[in-house]
Write a protein that binds this ligand. Structure first.
Ligand SMILES: [Zn+2]
Length: 467
């Protein structure tokens, strides 16, 4: 390995493999023989060019694999993203930190409904809470038959009559049933045969064992008093609810729709919202605190270090993008086994770019010859060349053959989808996607490095240098 690997550990968990002076050492200039290619014409120019470039290609496929580079990119990206997230001011999270939903589940459930709904309304507009289902009624115009959480009494007046009746019943049921069973008791009653509802199970499970145990005893005793048989499913639960409401002075008619589930679903949605809000607030704060710690490891010196590393990584992608384009790309699925040769290569540009990147690695040495039998094409449109077996050159060591795409593949080479796929994936790991001379993958990586550098600039502005 020509690159000098260095390790940095950031924020305890992040491992970044960087090279600082590695590329300087490996890159430095290009063989003069490339210059002579300029005078050649047509196809010959490409083949001679490829032959000359082969040692470079081999070196790069062994040392700058796309797969390795992209995993390095991901390490940089996660670190920079963590730093960006951690650079947000504490005040952005004050509303969440002070919220009832940052308390243990027992405390949240023990609060009265008005306090819970007020607390969720307070944080509803926070960016971290926007897509989280609230325990508080939020009108969802686009969802037919989608129930929302419980409304505050003031919201009832603006609802259309059918919703007003439904949500009014749900509110009243909540008041009467929690008076009888407590909030945890009602949760258990609703949950015991309806545990598929997202979040309700987690809410129940995050209560202390003793609370759950005593609640179960209390609620199940009710069932024992009413029913002789042990299990009645939802029917049994509805009967208990009816009885509890009747005892509270609300004589249940078919209007209170526990049987078809509407009121029950509103209540379940409210409980599920309590969990989702608690979970979202806790997660947001934990993530922020974690990012904050990582952000604190970002010193001006480290920014410089990261920037240099990213710029070198970008250079490496550029080199890879160039050699990727030098290789004959073959669309196996189209049935054509002959590699498509890129025609838009700018040789002068290649030489200049390599020089600029300081490309001077210790190249592998081997004698290869341009195959005159097939004019370097690897074969005709249906026969692979006997002399070079499709490589377009002779004398390639076998270790090199697996790194470089052939000019033409035999029908044996690509006889199954599995073989085609293995070939494609092998080359993609080395070059990024080899796609008819186009280089979307490396282009994308270069673009994302530019974005990371911009993010670093922004972070740098926020950090005061140490005096
Ligand atoms: Zn040949």
């Amino acid at each position: 390995m020509a690159l000098k690997d260095l390790l940095i550990i950031c924020g305890g968990e992040f491992l970044i493999i960087n090279w600082i002076e590695g590329l300087d050492r490996c890159f430095a200039g290009l063989q003069k023989s490339l210059t002579s290619i300029r005078s050649l014409k047509g196809d010959r120019k490409y083949y001679e060019y490829r032959r000359t470039a082969l040692p470079y290609i081999v070196w790069i496929t062994e040392n700058l694999k796309y797969g390795d580079l992209s995993s390095l990119s991901l390490d940089y990206e996660s670190y920079i993203l963590e730093c960006s997230a951690g650079s947000r001011p504490e005040s952005d999270f004050a509303r969440l930190r002070q919220s009832l939903f940052n308390q243990p589940v027992t405390t949240i459930l023990a609060a009265d409904l008005e306090t819970q709904l007020q607390a969720s309304q307070t944080i509803q507009s926070h960016p971290n809470m926007k897509d989280v289902g609230s325990p508080h009624y939020v009108k969802k115009a686009s969802y037919y038959h989608h129930y929302a959480g419980l409304p505050r009494p003031s919201q009832l007046s603006t609802m259309d009559p059918s919703n007003k009746k439904l949500y009014g019943d749900a509110l009243r049921a909540h008041t009467l049933l929690t008076r009888k069973l407590g909030s945890v008791g009602l949760l258990y009653l609703l949950f015991k045969d309806y545990y598929g509802f997202t979040g309700v199970k987690q809410l129940w499970k995050s209560l202390p064992f003793a609370t759950r145990f005593l609640t179960k005893m209390k609620v199940n005793r009710l069932f024992g008093e009413v029913f002789v048989k042990k299990y009645h499913g939802r029917y049994g639960t509805n009967k208990i609810i009816d009885r509890l409401l009747e005892e509270s002075g609300w004589y249940v008619t078919e209007d209170v729709d526990f049987r078809t589930g509407a009121v029950r679903k509103i209540l379940l949605d409210y409980y599920s919202g309590l969990w989702k809000y608690h979970n979202a607030v806790k997660t947001a704060l934990e993530e922020y605190d974690k990012s904050r710690k990582i952000y604190e490891t970002l010193t001006p010196e480290r920014i410089t270090y990261l920037r240099t590393g990213l710029e070198q990584l970008r250079d490496a992608y550029r080199v890879l993008s160039i050699v990727g384009r030098l290789n004959p790309a073959t669309d196996f699925r189209s049935g054509n086994r002959l590699g498509k040769i890129p025609t838009d290569l700018d040789y002068n540009n290649f030489e200049q770019t390599m020089k600029k990147l300081g490309f001077e690695p210790e190249l592998p040495t081997f004698e290869i010859e341009h195959c005159d039998k097939c004019s370097g094409k690897g074969g005709s449109s249906n026969r692979v060349c006997n002399t070079c077996q499709g490589w377009g050159v002779t004398g390639l060591p076998s270790s090199v053959k697996r790194l470089i795409p052939k000019m033409m593949y035999s029908s044996q080479d690509v006889s199954s989808y599995k073989k085609q796929d293995a070939l494609e994936r092998g080359y993609n790991y080395i070059y990024g996607r080899l796609n008819f001379g186009r280089t979307e993958q490396t282009d994308y990586q270069i673009e994302s490095i530019d974005q990371m550098l911009t993010a670093l600039d922004l972070l740098e502005k926020g950090i005061k240098p140490k005096v």
